[in-house]
Design a binder for this molecule. Structure first.
Ligand code: NDP
Ligand code: MG
Length: 387
C-alpha cells in the first residue's frame, strides 16, 4: 500500500451520491483508499462495499443494525453507531465525503471541519441549517469545503482567481435549475400531480428526497442558501435561471460583465471526482461534451408564482439566524409526509411556508440552540402534516 494514497471516508455510501463516489474510486484504482463508510437502512449493500474495498471502519444507525451487520460481514471491522459514530468516522481519512441525506448529516460536516479535513460536501442540509456554526469551524487549520453539488462545484471553479472575502468583483451568481419534472405547469395543473410524477426527474437520477425537492424547486431555494453560506455572498446576489438541458451547471458574472460558466453533460461523477482529486483533476472524463452534435442551451426565468419555494428560501435568507434551519427542517418533514402519501404535492411548500411564518428570531450561537430550533420546526411541521 503506497503512503501517497488519499484516504477517503464516505458517509452515506449506499445512496445515489455514495454509489457514484464508489464508481469514481473504482475508476481511480490505487490513488485512493476507502477507510470508512456509513449508511442507513441498506445493510447488505453496506456490507458488500466494506468487503469490496476492505474498509476498516463502518457506521450504522442503531445497535440492532450493528449486530445485523456483524452477522453479514463476519470479519472484524470496527463498527460504530449513530451520530457519535458518524462524528468519529468523519475524523478519519484525508477527504470526508458527506453523502448522508438531510439534517442527519450534520455531525459529519461539523466533525470533519473541526478535525481539519477536506469536506467533500453533498449534504447541503447541514450547511444550510448550521451556517453560523459551520463558519466557526471552517478556519480550523487544514479544513476546507469543496462542494459536490453540481451548481456549487461549477461556481467554485468559476470563482478561481476571485480571492477577496465576499467576492466584491462578482456581480451575480447565476444558479442554473433544470426546472424539474413540472416546468411550465400552472398552479392549477400542479394541484393534481402525483408522487410518481414528482419522482421522475428529467435530467438527473438522484435519491428520493432531493428528487422531490427538485420538483418543488425547494432544492434550488436550498441551493441559494447553500451558495450564500459557501461563498460568503449575500443571497440577493444569487440569482436562479432555469436551464432545462442541465449542461451549464452555473455561471459567475463579474462586475466587468464577463460571465464564466462550467459545462458538461449532467453526471454527478464529475463534481465528485473534482472534489476527491483537487487540486489535481482526475483523468476520468465523466459527462464529456460533444460540441459537434446539435447542442442547444436554453435559459428562462423561473415561475415564482407556481413554485413559491424559491421566494421562501430568499425570505429565510433575509431573516437569517436559524430561519434557514427552520425552512430545511420543515421541508424534510413535509417531503417525508408526501413520500408516505400523507399530504399532496402542493401541500409540501404550504407546510414549509406556514412553519416559517411561526419563526422566532434566533442568532444560532450554539449547537444546542440549533437542535432546539430544528426540533421546534419539525414539531410544528409534523402537527400540520398529521392535522
Ligand atoms: P440517497 O437517499 O440516495 O442516499 C442517502 C444516504 O444517506 C444513503 O446512503 C442512506 O443510507 C444514508 N443515510 C440516511 N440516513 C442516515 C443516517 N441517519 N446515518 C447515516 N447514513 C444515513 O440521497 P442522495 O445520495 O441523493 O443525496 C445525498 C445528499 O446529497 C443529500 O443531501 C442531497 O441533497 C445531496 N445531493 C445529491 C445529489 C444527487 O445527484 N443524488 C446531487 C446534489 C446533492 P441507506 O440508503 O442505507 O438508508
Ligand atoms: Mg444541485
Amino acid at each position: 500500500m503506497s503512503p501517497s494514497r488519499t484516504r477517503v471516508a464516505l458517509l452515506g455510501a449506499t445512496g445515489s451520491i455514495g454509489t457514484q463516489t464508489l464508481e469514481v474510486l473504482r475508476e481511480a484504482g490505487d490513488a485512493f483508499e476507502l477507510v470508512a463508510i456509513a449508511g442507513g437502512q441498506r445493510l447488505a449493500e453496506l456490507s458488500a462495499i466494506a468487503k469490496e474495498f476492505n474498509v476498516a471502519h463502518v457506521g450504522v444507525v442503531s445497535d440492532r443494525d450493528a449486530e445485523e451487520l456483524r452477522g453479514l460481514m463476519g470479519r472484524d471491522e470496527t463498527i460504530v453507531v449513530g451520530a457519535p459514530g458518524l462524528s468519529e468516522l468523519a475524523t478519519l481519512g484525508d477527504v470526508v465525503v458527506n453523502a448522508v441525506v438531510g439534517f442527519a448529516g450534520l455531525p459529519v460536516t461539523l466533525s470533519a471541519l473541526s478535525a481539519g479535513k477536506r469536506l467533500a460536501l453533498a449534504n447541503k442540509e447541514s450547511l444550510i441549517a448550521a451556517a453560523p456554526l459551520v463558519q466557526l469551524v471552517r478556519d480550523t487549520p487544514g479544513a476546507s469545503i469543496l462542494p459536490i453539488d453540481s451548481e456549487h462545484c461549477a461556481i467554485h471553479q468559476c470563482l478561481a482567481g476571485s480571492t477577496l472575502p465576499g467576492h466584491p468583483d462578482v456581480r451575480t451568481i447565476h444558479l442554473t435549475a433544470s426546472g424539474g419534472p413540472f416546468r411550465g405547469m400552472t398552479r392549477e395543473q400542479l394541484a393534481h400531480v402525483s408522487k410518481h410524477d414528482a419522482l421522475r426527474h428529467p435530467t438527473w437520477s438522484m435519491g428520493p428526497k432531493i428528487t422531490v425537492d427538485s420538483s418543488t424547486l425547494m432544492n434550488k431555494g436550498l441551493e441559494v442558501l447553500e451558495a450564500s453560506a459557501l461563498f460568503g455572498i449575500e443571497a440577493q446576489r444569487v440569482d436562479v435561471v432555469v436551464h432545462p438541458q442541465s449542461i451549464v451547471h452555473s455561471m459567475v458574472e463579474y462586475v466587468d460583465g464577463a460571465v464564466l460558466a462550467q459545462l458538461s453533460l449532467p453526471d454527478m461523477r464529475l463534481p465528485i471526482a473534482y472534489c476527491l482529486g483537487a487540486p489535481v483533476r482526475l483523468d476520468q472524463g465523466w459527462g464529456r461534451m460533444d460540441f459537434t452534435s446539435n447542442l442547444q442551451l436554453d435559459f428562462e426565468a423561473p415561475d415564482r408564482l407556481a413554485f413559491p419555494a424559491l421566494d421562501l428560501a430568499y425570505e429565510a435568507a433575509r431573516l437569517g439566524g436559524a430561519a434557514p434551519a427552520w425552512l430545511s427542517a420543515a421541508n424534510e418533514i413535509a417531503v417525508e409526509a408526501f413520500l408516505n402519501d400523507q399530504i399532496s404535492w402542493s401541500r409540501i411548500v404550504e407546510v414549509v411556508a406556514r412553519v416559517l411564518d411561526r419563526y422566532v428570531a434566533c442568532e444560532l450561537s450554539s449547537i444546542e440552540e440549533l437542535f432546539e430550533n430544528d426540533a421546534t420546526a419539525r414539531r410544528l411541521a409534523h402537527g400540520m402534516v398529521t392535522a
